[in-house]
Design a protein around this ligand. Structure first.
Ligand code: COA
Length: 171
């Protein structure tokens, strides 16, 4: 490892989201963040967001299966409830990881980053630009295509396709 690489390695990062379901875009961020932090915790939010298709347990299981198939031991998956900054502190981290897909994400993400910083000034938000092939993907788009029987197999890991097909009564 050269000295530049050593500077990139910075303890624990927390990549939080709803993951309803995890997409290849999320996984792109997980893989890239895992190369920046010693340990990455993928934190699946127990949120009461309207329109969720999968339970917290199902969402955690899908993220965990993706990570297990990849086989990177430094990535851990768990659920969390309540404030993200409290969860981040509870696992000994100081950094929240978020993916940015397009300019349209900026407003929401900056609002969230500033709120988190207001709640706990020690917590920093670290943004990773989503790779361009995934920049248009969202969990809602995937669910919309799946609901109407379109081909979304390029957008999510293979095991998630099976879960979506089941959820929409096609297996
Ligand atoms: N690839 C593909 N899709 C992506 C993506 C990427 N790299 N990055 C974001 N998205 C999509 C998601 O699929 C999701 O799409 P959807 O709206 O169609 O479902 C959308 O962008 C945002 O999802 P996600 O990144 O999972 O974040 P979120 O907004 O669902 O999660 C929490 C936000 C849960 C992290 C945040 O609400 C939170 O921290 N809640 C805890 C309570 C709290 O602390 N609140 C105060 C902080 S604001």
């Amino acid at each position: 490892m050269n000295s530049l690489d050593e500077h990139l390695v910075k303890g624990v990062g927390v990549y939080a989201g709803t993951f309803d379901p995890i997409t290849n875009g999320h996984f792109d961020i997980i893989k890239r963040a895992a190369h920046v932090f010693d340990k990455l915790i993928v934190a699946v939010a127990d949120v009461g967001k309207p329109g969720l298709l999968f339970s917290l347990e199902e969402r955690i299981a899908m993220v965990r299966e993706s990570v297990d198939l990849w086989g990177e031991p430094a990535v851990h998956v768990c659920g969390f409830g309540g404030l993200l900054v409290k969860f981040v502190r509870s696992v000994g981290a100081r950094v929240v990881v978020r993916g940015l897909r397009a300019v349209s994400d900026y407003e929401y993400e900056s609002q969230m980053a500033m709120t988190n910083r207001q709640l706990d000034s020690d917590i920093e938000t670290f943004f990773i630009m989503t790779s361009k092939e995934y920049s248009f993907i969202s969990s809602s788009i995937v669910k919309e295509v799946a609901r109407h029987g379109g081909d979304y197999s390029d957008f999510v890991p293979g095991h998630v396709v099976a879960k979506l097909e089941k959820a929409f009564g096609r297996s």
